[in-house]
Structure formats: C-alpha cells, structure tokens
Design a protein around this ligand. Structure first.
Ligand code: UDP
Ligand code: MG
Length: 321
C-alpha cells in the first residue's frame, strides 16, 4: 500500500519545515511507503524555495506551484490529481491536523473504509466562532441535500476509488465538504482534540467565512429558489385577500383616502423580498456563468511530479492526462 499525503500550502514559510520534520518522523516510524504532495498556492513568501529545498534532499517530496493564489480548494484538487498513492490523506501545513492520527486513519482504511474522517472538537476556538458555526450547521443541514457535520473538514483519508470519484466531479465551484459527503462510500469518524496553529496566521477572515458559508448553501441545492416560490405564493394570497377586503369596505363605506401606512408598508416589505430573491437568483446565475466558461481550476507554474510529461492538458481537465 502506498500513501500520498496532500498538503495545500499558502504562505507557510514559518511552519512548513517543522511540518516536514514531524510528518516524516511519524511516517518512517510506521514504515509506510509514502510520498508528500505539497501544493504551493501562489505564496508570496519563501514557501516555494523551502519546498524546493525539501524536494532536493528527499525524493519523496513532490511539489506543485501555482502561478498565483487560487485558494485551498484548487490546491487540494491539484494535490489529489497529482498524487499516485493507493491511499491519500489531505492535511493542512500548519500542524493543526496532528500527524500522530495518521496510523489510526490508515487502520480505518484496512478495516475496509473508503473515507476515514478526523473530526475536531472546537476547544480553543473563539466563543463567537463556535456559536456561529453551530448555528450555521443547524441551518445548512435543513437546507442542503448532503449531510455536513460540524468539525469534519478536509483532514481525512480517502481510498483511491474515493479520490477518483472526487476527481470525476469537475465543477468549477468546489465546496469540498459537500463533495466529500456527496460521493458517499463507507465512512469512519475518528475524533481528536482541536489543536491551535503552530506558527503563522490563519487565512480566514470573517468576510471569507461568510462567503464560504453562502457557497455551502448555494452549491448543494436549489432550496433558496424554492423558498422564493413559497414566499411568493404566501404574499400573493395575502395580497388577494387584502384587495378583496378593501374592495368590500369601499363598496360599503365609500372610498377611504388615507392609506399612507399600508402603501408604504407593502412597498417596503415587497421591495425587500424582491431584492433578496433577485440576489439569490443572481448567485445562481453567477455560478452558471463561471461553470459555463470552463476555466481551469488552477494554472501550474512548475512541478516536479511528472516532469517531462505533457502538463498543458492537465490544466484543462482535473483527471489524468
Ligand atoms: N491555504 C491554501 N490557500 C489559501 C488559504 C489557505 O492553500 O488561499 C492552506 C493553508 O496553507 C493551510 C490550509 O489551507 O495549509 C488551511 O489554512 P488555514 O490554517 O489558514 O485555515 P484554518 O486552519 O484557520 O481553517
Ligand atoms: Mg489552520
């Protein structure tokens, strides 16, 4: 069994060497046959030169570097499509995903699971982020068709066939948490205590998290559009009732001119609802627009995985050459 470890790296100069040290120690202890697929996601710091130095002294280190920052999703995708292991583990570079769990993950694979998921607790996260994420998962699981679990992220082991299934999904807007759940297969969950970042900073800002959250809702269903239909039906029924009641009133009591409040109220409420759902429709159309362009997920500037082979085509398809 060959193991590939896929690691997206974005501006990780402060921790990447430490990561390399810890991971090779763990893997050598377990006597695994393995390679590391490190994807440099357009870092502006020294990450790339460190990766190159590591690759020079250890031939099990493979690196891929992008022409600019394409985001973690793209980096993971590149790592998956370039890795050749029978078993693949995706991990962060910042040591928040403890390498000591790897033997347990592999054990799960030998028990016959295609996905072995490491689920973290939220200890050490800020109170606000914990509460918000709990609320978010409650809401999103009502909305989307796949099941998302709080604390289950990208740290997981995937069998070769699970990876191939993921690579066959070639949508432009990738929401990995949803995709992992969508492909199915037998899953095993291993829980671990949350670890804080070793060095460097998290790249998540509040606005990035919010936009990621919206991606999650929109990527996996069309329920927001359904909701707009229901709301439309409800408001139409109320509008008809209201028109009918005022018509009867007018017939009985004569025309009642002062209607300022009801007019303004209905304009504001309806206007608000219309703008909201125009936004929802716009989100879907925007996604269709990006999907239809069929742009590559990433552009590779350099790599030492398949040197000498035709790389160009790879940019356009995520799976194979
Ligand atoms: N990352 C990446 N591209 C980006 C942002 C992050 O490849 O645009 C990588 C980063 O190097 C790390 C992983 O994704 O290995 C998780 O990032 P981070 O630690 O900032 O996120 P958090 O752990 O706070 O969720
Ligand atoms: Mg992190």
């Amino acid at each position: 069994m060959k193991l590939s470890i896929v690691v997206p790296c974005y501006e990780e100069e402060k921790v990447i060497e430490q990561f390399y040290k810890v991971i090779t120690e763990t893997l050598e202890q377990e006597k695994f046959e393995y390679n590391l697929v490190l994807v440099n996601d357009g870092s502006k710091d020294n990450t790339l030169s460190i990766l190159k130095a590591l690759a020079q002294k250890d031939e099990r280190v493979k690196y891929i570097t992008f022409s600019r920052n394409f985001g973690k999703e793209s980096a993971m995708l590149a790592g998956l499509s370039f890795s050749d292991g029978d078993v693949i583990i995706i991990m962060d570079a910042d040591l928040q995903h403890p390498p000591s769990l790897i033997p347990k993950l592999v054990e799960g694979y030998h028990e016959g699971y295609d996905q072995v998921i490491a689920q973290r607790t939220r200890t050490g996260d800020s109170f606000g982020r914990t509460v918000l994420s709990r609320l978010y998962y409650k809401m999103i699981n009502k909305l989307v068709d796949v099941k998302l679990v709080n604390g289950q992220g990208d740290f997981r082991l995937l069998s070769r066939r699970a990876v191939n299934a993921l690579l066959d999904l070639n949508e432009y807007n990738r929401f990995s948490k949803g995709l992992f759940s969508w492909i199915g297969f037998k899953e095993k969950v291993i829980k671990y205590e949350n670890v804080l970042r070793d060095a460097g900073e998290s790249k998540w800002t509040f606005s990035k998290l919010l936009s990621y959250g919206i991606d999650g809702v929109i990527s996996f269903n069309n329920k927001p559009l359904r909701i707009s239909i229901y709301l439309g039906i409800i408001t139409t029924v109320f509008a008809i009732l209201y028109v009918f009641v005022s018509l009867v009133q007018n017939l009985i009591y004569g025309i009642d001119v002062p209607g300022y409040f009801t007019t303004i109220a209905s304009i504001l409420v309806l206007g608000g609802i219309q703008l909201l759902f125009l936004g929802v429709i716009g989100e879907y159309i925007g996604r269709i627009y990006y999907e239809i362009k069929r742009r590559p997920h990433y552009i590779i500037e350099e790599e030492n995985v398949r040197k000498g082979e035709e790389v160009k085509e790879h940019v356009y398809t995520s799976r194979g050459y």
